[in-house]
Ligand binder design. Sequence first.
Ligand code: ZN
Length: 385
Amino acid sequence: MPGLINTHTHASMTVFRSLADDVPDRLHRYIFPLESKMVSREMVRIGANLANIEMIKGGVTTYVDMYYFEDEVAKTVDKIGLRAVLGESVIKFPVADAKNADEGIEYAVNFINQYKNHPRITPAFAPHAPYTNSTEHLQKIAKLSQELNVPVMIHLAETDREQEEIAKRTGGKSPVQYMADIGALNNKVIAAHAIMVDEKDMDLLKQYDVGVAHNISANTKSAKGVAPVTTMLEKGIRVGLGTDGPMSSNTLTTLNELNLVGKIHKLENKDRAAMPPITVVEMATMGSARALHMEDKLGSLEEGKLADIIVIDTKSPNMVPMYSPYAALVYGANGSNVRHTIVDGKLLMKDRQLLTANEGSIIAEAQDFANQVRKTVIASGEVVK
Ligand SMILES: [Zn+2]
């Protein structure tokens, strides 16, 4: 089948996986303070390496990343042979690789210029969210993304705090309406989450041809809500599937998400026939390619498209018998059923053995980093206030 496309993650955060999973208001109370202490060029490299091998083993052939030091993520992607859209974060407060949003934009432009001709890497801007950036910076990124012809990834319509702060900034507008009104919505934008959207917001997403990354595990685990994806699909919006970061979901292969996507939307619609398996599989492949505006190259096995292919083991006990391949994939499969992974015509995993990376040394390095986390932020208890 076509390789899976993970339309939203923060790969390097694998080194923080299973930390403080259920802290309320976790992004502001835990993750931002943790990142201000622990994010470094080295951490980004170690975490990205771990994420890359996890995704290859789970059948992800293209992923979309938003983080810091994306040039470091790019080096790991280049080396291991994956395909990726890598967005350098822009945020208004000081972070590890920029003192403010202007420096973040400058970092992103340098990164984009460095990687714009890479055959497997699409460099991009990643403004964190509307409420963590100013109107001026969001407009500047929109303009630069047109000039440089690169994507813009952003968390959009995700949280109560975002809605409140944007309403305050605009006299009551929704985040999607605000983005449209400031000229920051267009076909370069990939919006992660889009949970808190009404009919009008969805019409704007369609009108501006925005891609949406649906992250069901992260959204249910954080209790933020269920994005109205069945309505989005009816409206013809480009919806793909993502995992969100490994502190949120907590695994990185979208194959593990299919089950929940199918079931939660049935429950949400109180309709057993809603979100059938073929629709879920399409969301993980062609839908995700469409969300990235890359459907001419990715998402299906067709002549003329790039050779990103995975082979699923149909003889694993949990896959036998297979009357319907779509139902088997959605209700029965998991990442460990992927047997071979091919990107750009090159085998990256054969019979579950990685061919372009040393799994043991990558895991050992991640465990060493976790020991530093244990000795510092965990031992001192200094992160959660
Ligand atoms: Zn995210």
